[in-house]
Design a protein around this ligand. Structure first.
Ligand code: MG
Length: 174
């Protein structure tokens, strides 16, 4: 948490007035919630948590690049289709103004054979973070991952980027 905040407030940002961080968000529980008691299976079922849209507008406005990295193991477990998952993540990305997103449809205990495997993209592995950093051209020191679970924190650590808990990141805006 402290590390993430330190990156956000690093002197260069203040002096130059431009931050140009890559801020990658987890989706479920970080940006959106689903119906009571479960994760959303469709774009229509997901609601943005308080403060998220204002905060994202602020960071985008100061020049940061926003992205989403989401485990969508529900695809492997048969809860939603690959295109449902794609629509969910894409809709969230469009709403917060994120030009980049990745999601991982695989799960080691999946019941859909096509997606039943442990993949490098599935957090806590850092695959999606690496791909997004490469796509944007961001270094590890200019990347912050914001999430709500230990898997998110581990993925950030594995990728060598700063991590901040979503409650801390959005605290000012909620
Ligand atoms: Mg989450």
């Amino acid at each position: 948490m402290a590390l993430g905040r330190a990156v956000l407030n690093r002197p260069a940002s203040i002096v130059c007035g431009e931050a140009e961080l890559l801020i990658i968000f987890d989706l479920d529980g970080t940006l959106v919630i689903g119906p009571p008691g479960r994760i959303a299976n469709t774009a229509e079922e997901q609601s943005f948590l308080p403060g998220v849209l204002d905060a994202c507008e602020h960071y985008r406005g100061r020049g940061d690049t926003l992205a989403i990295a989401s485990n969508q193991g529900g695809v492997a477990l048969g809860y939603l289709t690959l295109s449902d998952a794609h629509r969910r993540v894409e809709q969230a990305a469009l709403t917060i103004g994120a030009d980049h997103f990745r999601f991982c449809p695989f799960h080691p205990e999946g019941t859909i054979p096509e997606f039943a495997k442990d993949a490098d993209c599935r957090k806590p592995k850092p695959g999606m973070l690496y791909e997004l950093m490469g796509e944007v051209g961001a270094s590890s020191e200019d990347t912050l991952f914001v999430g709500d679970s230990p898997e998110d924190e581990e993925a950030a650590e594995a990728a060598g980027v700063s991590f901040e808990w979503r409650d801390d990141f959005f605290e000012t805006w909620a």
